[in-house]
Ligand binder design. Structure first.
Ligand SMILES: *Cc1c(COP(=O)(O)O)cnc(C)c1O
Length: 357
């Protein structure tokens, strides 16, 4: 796959970007990578101008939701060039997600190479300011047309990119989170450990209701007992309780194995913090708060990196965390992870792929 075919756009849209108001996923860069799976194999793939695609109303994914995606970012490095953060993890996770919904695996090396080439072609779309980045969104979906219920025979992998500012308009300001008590998102044996479109469909109504009530996100509980913390819709969740970093475990398969989650856990262990990946009851969180031992709550995810939680509401109880200010662990986590991503701090773990442009 050394030489990816590239067809460059004749009409770059880069002049229409408002770099001071990027938002999240509003602008699409000039190019996309497209690979097709047909006759039981993926083709070479190529880079094309980003634009509309023809499809039939019978496209199976519209009906049965056979769709998975990824999300990672490229950052302008302070010393020049561009850093792509841990793309190997996303390439592996894409295949894990696919395995649960019968989508054929895509070669990990080819995936990373396609991303590198795409970032090079659209290097001018990687924003310049710290806090901004180029969000990279691979999506894979069944592309055959039929109405019978079975998995697709053909698939498309499309990788698009979007210059973004940080995900939450609040920035690093703590967000208000509502614990879902009416709805559930994933269940043991379900799709929770896969990054599927279906998980997001399941979450939209609760998110919309929470937003109406003034919350920015929902914290999901396990679907069986409705008492253990799972994760936030697009972020994993971490708690600092009595100086210990606690986060729900991956074993149940109900939460996503976040790359930012993994990064944060590696760093916390390196700093000598006590770290536990264990089941955490929502009652335990509120009880810890009563005893004055709940120090911080924060979400981890590629979009916001670290998102401190300032207020948590569950049924008729609401608690304020750390006076609605970002806590020391969340701050250090944010500074360290973004420091590595933007090339300001040493990348001891070799997390970045550095692209000279
Ligand atoms: C993408 C996602 C996350 C965050 O994962 P990262 O790899 O850290 O970006 C967490 N939870 C869900 C449900 C997600 O879809």
């Amino acid at each position: 796959m050394a030489n990816i075919k590239i067809t460059r756009t004749q009409n770059s849209r880069i002049g229409s970007v408002d770099w001071n108001n990027l938002g999240f996923g509003v602008y699409f860069s000039d190019h996309m990578f497209v690979a097709e799976y047909k006759n039981n194999r993926w083709n070479e793939g190529e880079i094309l101008p980003y634009g509309p695609m023809l499809m039939e109303p019978g496209l199976c994914t519209l009906h049965y939701g056979q769709s998975i995606f990824e999300g990672l970012k490229a950052y302008r490095c302070v010393s020049g060039g561009i850093n792509i953060f841990r793309p190997d993890m996303n390439a592996k996770r894409l295949n894990h997600s696919g395995s649960r919904v019968c989508i054929p695996a895509y070669d990990i090396k080819n995936n990373i190479e396609a991303i590198i080439e795409l970032v090079k072609v659209d290097k001018d779309w990687v924003p310049q300011k710290k806090g901004q980045s180029l969000y990279i969104r691979p999506v894979v979906f069944g592309s055959s047309n039929f109405l019978g219920v079975h998995s697709s025979s053909d698939y498309l992998l499309i990788i698009m990119t979007s210059p973004v500012s940080s995900y939450y308009p609040e920035g690093l300001n703590p967000v208000k989170i509502m614990v879902a008590s009416e709805y559930v998102r994933t269940v043991r044996g379900g799709l929770g450990s896969s990054k599927t479109a279906a998980n997001y469909a399941a979450s939209l109504l609760a998110s919309a209701k929470a937003k109406e009530l003034g919350f920015s996100q929902v914290l999901w509980l396990d679907a069986v007992t409705r008492s253990f913390v799972d994760e936030v819709g697009a972020m994993n969740i971490m708690f600092v309780i009595d100086d210990e970093l606690v986060t729900p475990p991956l074993e149940q398969g109900t939460i996503l194995a976040g790359v930012t989650r993994d990064t944060a856990l590696v760093l916390a262990r390196e700093w000598g913090m006590k770290v536990s990946e264990r089941a955490l009851g929502i009652d335990e969180v509120f009880a810890a708060n009563e005893k004055g031992k709940l120090q911080e709550i924060f979400g981890t995810g590629t979009a916001a990196i670290i998102s401190p939680v300032g207020l948590l509401s569950y049924k008729d109880k609401t608690i304020i965390i750390n006076e609605q200010k970002i806590g020391p662990v969340a701050q250090k986590m944010y500074d360290t992870i973004t420091g590595i991503q933007y090339g300001e701090l040493e990348d001891k773990h070799g997390w970045n792929i550095h692209v000279e442009v």
